[in-house]
Design a protein around this ligand. Sequence first.
Ligand code: SAM
Length: 447
Amino acid sequence: MHTQDNQQNTEIEKIREQFNYGPYPRVALEDSPKERYEGLYFHNLITAYYLRYGRVPETKGTMILDAGCGSGYSSLVLAEANPGAKIIGIDLSEKSVELAQQRLTYHGFDAEFYAIPLEEIGNLGLEFDYINCDEVLYLLPDPVAGLQAMRSVLKPQGLIRTNLHSSYQRAPYYRSQALFKLMGLMDDSPKEFEEEAVIETMNALRNTARLRVETWNGKFTPETPPEKVKEVLAMNHLFVGDRGFTIPELFGLLEEADLEFISMTNWRGWNVVDLFEDGDNLPALWSMGLAAASIADQLHIYELINPIHRLLDFYCGHPGEPAVSIDEWDDADWPTAIVHLHPQLRTEAMKQDLIRCIQQAQPFEISRNVPKPAMGKALLDPTRAACLLPLWEGKQTVAAIAQRYRQIRPIDPVTLEPVSEEQAFEIVKDLLNFLIQFLYILLERAA
Ligand SMILES: C[S@@+](CC[C@H](N)C(=O)[O-])C[C@H]1O[C@@H](n2cnc3c(N)ncnc32)[C@H](O)[C@@H]1O
């Protein structure tokens, strides 16, 4: 036991040294994520809260922890995405914490950073509404201890966004790490000598050697800045402490830590049906099998067929009752339900684009800021899009949107009959059901 503790401490020291040598990510201090809407979208605690509780909370006054904040770029994204939230960041590496503090101060945010290990987060005596733990968990000698530490400072309704590296997607890099470990390059925290040795090895290998094909060829051009090359090496071939996980392992860790899986953060990119040529006509094994499969099994099936995601990136929280799904709403719930536009779509540029599309009778690309993966653009016809315009000013009821539809299109252009209240309502309901799949809008059942 004692030896195991010592080994873990040595491993943690190596990781600290690695990130003191090269804080991650190496992003310039002045770089702003203000217009990187996709990043803002899943760092916005509203996205996670809506998936869990079907509610749209205020971000003002919430407490957010960036656990393993690195050089603070993710802390900055959290601050931008959650107006009025208090951001606290912690990291093992003193150098990273220093940079993170400078970054948030530079961008005008009042955030606090501490150089402490995640496992000791309880010592701060704080509780959080939302914890972001990005690209950290797979480095911990005991990820369950990390999850438990986060759970211990999570408010009862609080949520965690975290991730693990995928064993399947990163298999070539784990071979590369094993190789360079064998050659003694990872005995200490890797620095210039080790970086040079990897570059020399890769360039000396035959172009067709599998390791070179899978981890090297085409990754860099002569213009790639040396700092970028170093970051790629540090985060892949020479990444001390890096481990891969599968979906069943992820669910096993959550169970041990007494946390409940909520959703993948990019759930739109984990749909097994999308992997089939004709999703409406699956082989019998799959049409029946998928319907009966648990969410854990469905995700595992996805990673076995198509391991394209480097991260198993997910939301989780304390065990509890999930929100009533929209599919289970009564008809009476719909007219009074409140429709919000997702905050990352509610930008002046997008509103002006919508007005232009309405005026020029052109389709409106609602997926512009937050794309739908592998499914092309989400285009709305100008009439339907026009119903949504008031959402840029604030929330609306479904009934108000349906009424607006009737004002815009009072007559059915085919039959020339007046559009009835019921017809308008059904059209708007279909539209909202489509948009909610991607959380472009958020629908709250009236209290
Ligand atoms: C790959 S970086 C990720 C940084 C940041 N979260 C991001 O995604 O931009 C991993 C960070 O986790 C930190 N870290 C590793 N083990 C840790 C631990 N036990 N406690 C706190 N931080 C840790 C490292 O120092 C490093 O800054």
